[in-house]
Ligand binder design. Structure first.
Ligand code: NDP
Length: 279
């Protein structure tokens, strides 16, 4: 039997409508949630992401500010701009679009963001709080995945979850959230031996690798929930990390690419901004 499709696009639209309603209430109390996005350089994919974030913000009734800095911006200049935004009471969320040009130190820049305004959840303080299970800004993509999983109605407690990928942005926070939800979590990466032996045990399989069609049907347990975080461009088309056409036949639930996790990431960015504004 074919898998049930997890429609991230529709879910994200629902969440964005809920957020827009709450923003309206906040505006009635004189608070306009504001998100500032800093883009350094001309990376074409980043330009699209930043534009989409700005549009989403405005559609939700939030204030959107995009700072476009030249590729040759120095570390000190970047950090000064972040500090200015930290001090701006009309800005509740600050996001530095990654990747930064090679001469800039990403971790140092992220560490300058006021943790209360860190809507990406990448500041070491928020990463630490997530590890400790404390309230914090949760990175948008893993938060979006959890929201999708919850809405399937699947019981997560006691399930075997396997995450492929161990980045600070997706893999690691994803594993922590699944652990908090009561899953038994395995994190796989490029040094993992016999990857398929791990993935075949997974009731929940999250692929965050960055390789088109990496997860094939033989790596998937019958009936598993397969979440595809990957965004890969192949011959001008966007595809995920999962070989959708074959895995679809075997999985119980599956997210498509596009239209799965991607739209949820933006919805969760808006949610984090709303929460930073005092929700
Ligand atoms: P990274 O490149 O930072 O991490 C990729 C991970 O995959 C690494 O941990 C790496 O292992 C692992 N990996 C690579 N090759 C293999 C392999 N052969 N076997 C097992 N593991 C492997 O990427 P990100 O985490 O930033 O992103 C992952 C994907 O998700 C990308 O396609 C990205 O575009 C997409 N993405 C999508 C978002 C969305 O909104 N949908 C948001 C963010 C990212 P190791 O650590 O050992 O190198």
């Amino acid at each position: 039997m074919a898998a049930q499709l997890i429609d991230g696009k529709a879910t994200a639209l629902e969440i964005r409508a809920e957020i827009a309603q709450r923003v309206e209430e906040l505006r009635g109390r004189g608070i306009v949630p504001g998100l500032a996005v800093i883009l350094v350089g001309e990376d074409p994919a980043s330009q699209i992401y930043v534009r989409n974030k700005g549009i989403a913000c405005e559609k939700a009734g939030m204030r959107s500010l995009t700072l476009r800095l030249p590729a040759e911006t120095t570390q000190a200049e970047l950090e000064d701009r972040i500090r200015e935004l930290n001090a701006d009471s009309g800005i509740h969320g600050i996001l530095v679009q990654l990747p930064l040009p090679g001469h800039l130190d990403e971790r140092r820049a992220l560490g300058v963001i006021d943790p209360k305004k860190d809507v990406d959840g990448f500041h070491p303080i928020n990463a630490g709080r997530l590890l400790a299970g404390e309230k914090c800004a949760v990175p948008c993509t893993p938060r979006g995945v959890m929201e999708l999983l919850r809405r399937t109605g699947l019981e997560l407690q006691g399930k075997e979850a396997v995450v492929i990928g161990r980045s600070n942005i997706v893999g690691k926070p994803m594993a922590l959230l699944l652990l908090q939800a009561g899953c038994t979590v395995t994190v796989c990466h490029s040094k993992t031996r016999d990857l398929a032996a791990h993935t075949r045990r997974a009731d929940i399989l999250v692929a965050a690798v960055g390789r088109a069609g990496f997860v094939t049907a033989d790596m998937v347990k019958e009936g598993a929930a397969v979440i595809d975080v990957g965004i890969n461009r192949v011959d001008g088309k966007v595809v995920g990390d999962v070989a959708f056409d074959e895995v679809w036949e075997k999985a119980g639930f599956i997210t498509p690419v596009p239209g799965g996790v991607g739209p949820m990431t933006i919805a969760m960015l808006l949610k984090n901004t709303l929460e930073a504004a005092g929700e």
